[in-house]
Design a protein around this ligand. Structure first.
Ligand SMILES: [Zn+2]
Ligand SMILES: [Zn+2]
Length: 147
């Protein structure tokens, strides 16, 4: 395994978060200033192909970016707030149960699953309720004001 692959794999393994390619590039460069963006992006593709990392789009809440996480983690679902972008991880026996049921039902050998749930976190529900109440008020030009 080449040096840049090891650097990226370590970063992804240790972060425990879901980092996008650009963040990984910045972190990798801090460790090895010689790394360039093209190499980092290509290396991420290789790691994904080799089954070492998972590539997620997290419902594209942040645009076109993809996010990377280690495959060493136990299977989990991603719960994404579509307003603030907060990502929670749900580990639960029900995920394994669903997997077994699908395998039985379709006689399918599952290699990977991806469960993503989008919505509003408790904090954003409060903010949204406030926004909606605001939008209902007369003579307020809320659209222009927020931009
Ligand atoms: Zn939120
Ligand atoms: Zn995750």
């Amino acid at each position: 395994m080449t040096r840049q692959r090891q650097i990226l794999l370590d970063l992804i393994d240790q972060s425990g978060k879901h980092l996008d390619a650009e963040s990984l590039y910045q972190l990798a460069r801090a460790k090895d200033p010689k790394l360039n963006r093209v190499t980092v992006y290509r290396t991420l593709k290789l790691l994904k192909k080799g089954g070492l990392v998972d590539e997620l789009d997290l419902l594209h809440y942040g645009g076109d970016q993809h996010y990377y996480e280690t495959r060493a983690k136990q299977e989990h679902a991603h719960i994404i707030c579509l307003r603030c972008g907060k990502v929670e991880e749900y580990f639960g026996e029900s995920l394994q149960r669903l997997r077994r049921q699908i395998e039985e039902h379709f006689g399918f050998e599952i290699l990977l699953t991806r469960t993503e749930v989008g919505g509003y976190c408790p904090h954003c529900q409060v903010l949204r309720a406030r926004e909606l109440a605001h939008a209902g008020e007369p003579q307020e030009d809320s659209h222009n004001r927020r931009k």
